[in-house]
Design a protein. Structure first.
Length: 108
């Protein structure tokens, strides 16, 4: 059940943000762990981390919203820094985004 997932909703258009690039960084190790691209449903096809990959620490997702909105935007890269304190738990980090604003939360 342990995993890290995300999805992105384009709230300006009222639809999933398909084709948005995402980077996952380990802040503790200053290391890029994975890159992914959202599918037609605004989700990643498989968890960003799962099983033994889930390690307690500080992570950052960088959502490439400037590229998604074709650089006609106020926002460029949207970083979301968070901690995994329980590696056995499921972490879901969604992003709701427009060219001018964003919000996130810990989902289920």
């Amino acid at each position: 059940m342990s995993r890290l997932t995300t999805h992105v909703l384009d709230t300006a258009q009222g639809r999933p943000a398909a084709g948005l690039n995402i980077e996952l960084w380990s802040i503790d190790h200053s290391k890029l762990l994975k890159t992914a691209r959202t599918n037609a449903d605004g989700r990643i096809d498989s968890p960003l981390l799962s099983g033994d990959e889930m390690v307690a620490g500080t992570y950052e997702l960088i959502f490439k919203v400037g590229d998604y909105f074709n650089d006609a935007t106020f926002l460029d890269n949207v970083p979301v820094r968070f901690k995994i304190s329980d590696p056995a738990a499921a972490y879901h980090v969604p992003l709701l985004v427009t060219p001018w604003s964003y919000t996130t939360y810990r989902g289920s």
